[in-house]
Design a protein around this ligand. Structure first.
Ligand code: ZN
Length: 267
């Protein structure tokens, strides 16, 4: 489903869209972006980018979650980034390269704002705020990839599962996360039985429960306590860079953050 982003603007001006990067931009930059954006609904396993294949579009997720993975010759891979309403993809487009080196696949279905990648680069050149925000986000993703690489080598699977669920929870902004143990195992580059054991341990601690391909976050604090340090590290790095840039655009009101609308969903 495609639709133009006309309903994102009221008579008074811009209305918050729900993507943290876009909503942090100054008004003139958002108005310049307006005619180039459209909304697409993206299904599970929809491939948005393949290694070495030129991309024509860039995506700013609203409530879908996209996994960024390095893929080996035998088809195996491991996640090096998780992108939702906090960011955009492919980051390489923002750096002038339309040929990403990672696979980007929708893990949790939802919507995204889509823009032609050439148009986005032109807007980055003519609106410095867009360029600053996206280059800053590229730095965030470099760090996230490095942290996740260290995480997969150094931390226990239960800690990594908790970290992943927290990152997904932030991005879907609901307590129900539609992910199977199989998908989580593939994403983390491990075997499914290991994920099942980790999920059982997290359930026993009262942080989550799950059924029928959905994980329900029951106690966010317990989930944070079960996660490795990587969740707090990548979250703090994002806040330090992106929120600081947004604050520089909105000195009076500070940064704009995603609204959390459906956190009260119960299993
Ligand atoms: Zn970790």
């Amino acid at each position: 489903m495609n639709r133009i982003v006309s309903d994102a603007y009221s008579a008074e001006g811009y209305v918050e869209l729900g993507n943290r990067l876009l909503d942090g931009l100054p008004a003139d930059a958002r108005i310049a972006l307006r005619p180039h954006l459209r909304i697409e609904t993206l299904g599970v396993r929809h491939v948005l980018a393949e290694p070495g294949r030129r991309v024509e579009q860039a995506y700013f997720p609203l409530d879908c979650v996209v996994s960024v993975a390095i893929v080996m010759r035998d088809g195996s891979g491991v996640e090096v980034g998780l992108i939702g309403c906090d960011g955009m993809l492919p980051v390489s487009v923002a750096l002038g390269d339309a040929v990403p080196v990672q696979r980007m696949i929708v893990l949790i279905a939802g919507t995204a704002l889509v823009i032609n990648s050439n148009n986005l680069r032109l807007l980055m050149a003519t609106h410095s705020a867009i360029g600053r925000a996206l280059l800053c986000y590229a730095q965030v993703m470099f760090y996230q990839a490095a942290q996740l690489a260290a995480c997969s080598r150094l931390h226990l699977l239960e800690e990594r599962c908790a970290r992943w669920l927290l990152m997904a929870h932030d991005r879907v902004r609901r307590n129900d996360i539609h992910v199977t143990h199989e998908m989580l195992a593939t994403t983390l580059g491990v075997r499914r039985p290991g994920v099942t054991v980790a999920a059982q341990a997290l359930k026993a601690k009262g942080s989550i429960t799950y059924r029928h391909g959905t994980v329900f976050v029951l106690d966010r604090q317990r989930l944070e306590a079960a996660a490795c340090e990587c969740y707090a590290a990548v979250t703090a790095h994002y806040a330090r860079l992106i929120d600081a840039v947004a604050s520089s655009f909105h000195p009076a009101g500070g940064s704009i953050v995603c609204s959390r609308t459906d956190r009260d969903h119960e299993p």
